[in-house]
Design a protein. Structure first.
Length: 252
């Protein structure tokens, strides 16, 4: 039987719960966006339930250490259609065994999950390094990003701690949502004004009056620290891939 879920992490865990509760033999788990219908079998539509997902997650915590719990979540944030099915099967096999989880990289499910989680963690580090805020006229620090994976949930704590006394908004252009911090709490925002949807706050009426000066000083700093004799474009691109350049002030 094919399982179809809403694409949320809670939905995936709810699918695992349904599988055991209904004793289904599941051939594949698909996000509803990818499900095209089937002529041969009726799918089971998973209804996301916090009660179900909480029970499954507590069960996972008893069998996996925190490092692997994070790997599961990071692999999920890759948003890869095949990874949803891989995670479903890995968690299902975890509960089918009475033994504590063993990190066996000879298992294709475990290896694929670990490798995908590593890619997501790498993208998270890049977002922390390549995020460039601009200050708007009302005091909000804004940054637009377009990461390969959905890493915004992984960088919230870092930026909340680093800029605890400043309101900021990091907006994911690819996924059309952002995280907003008002110096007290973090909220997910789905709608961002059109003027904030570009990579830069280019409109003078939106920018803080000193922002253009700060941007110029930042560019001048990078130019002044560049030693021509040690210039290595190939190495530079390895450390700062070109797909991030349009978001970097020093590259404008």
């Amino acid at each position: 039987m094919i399982y179809v879920f809403d694409g949320s992490f809670e939905g995936l865990l709810s699918a695992v719960f349904d599988c055991f509760e209904r004793r289904h033999t599941v051939s594949r788990l698909l996000e509803e966006h990818y499900f095209q219908g089937s002529l041969f079998e009726a799918p089971h539509i998973v209804h996301t339930s916090s009660q179900k997902s909480d029970r499954v997650w507590k069960g996972i915590a008893k069998k996996m250490d925190k490092d692997w719990q994070r790997k599961l979540y990071c692999a999920f944030l890759s948003e890869q259609a095949d990874m949803y099915d891989t995670l479903f099967k890995l968690i299902h096999s975890l509960f089918c065994s009475e033994a504590i989880f063993q990190e066996n990289y000879g298992d294709a499910l475990i290896l694929d999950t670990a490798q995908t989680a590593k890619k997501v963690e790498r993208e998270k580090h890049r977002m922390k390094a390549f995020t460039r805020f601009e200050k708007s006229g009302d005091g909000l620090f804004f940054c637009a990003v377009a990461p390969d994976f959905n890493v915004l949930p992984l960088i919230i704590r870092f930026f909340r701690n680093r800029y605890a006394d400043q309101p900021w908004l990091i907006y994911d252009q690819k996924r059309k949502y952002g995280i907003h911090y008002d110096t007290h709490s973090v909220q997910r925002v789905e709608i961002v004004p059109e003027s904030l949807s570009d990579t830069r706050l280019s409109t003078p009426l939106i920018l803080d009056e000193k922002e253009a000066l700060y941007a110029t000083l930042w560019k001048d700093y990078f130019k002044s620290t560049n030693i021509e004799a040690r210039n290595n474009p190939k190495l530079h691109v390895q450390h700062v891939p070109k797909r991030y350049w349009r978001f970097l002030t020093e590259k404008q």
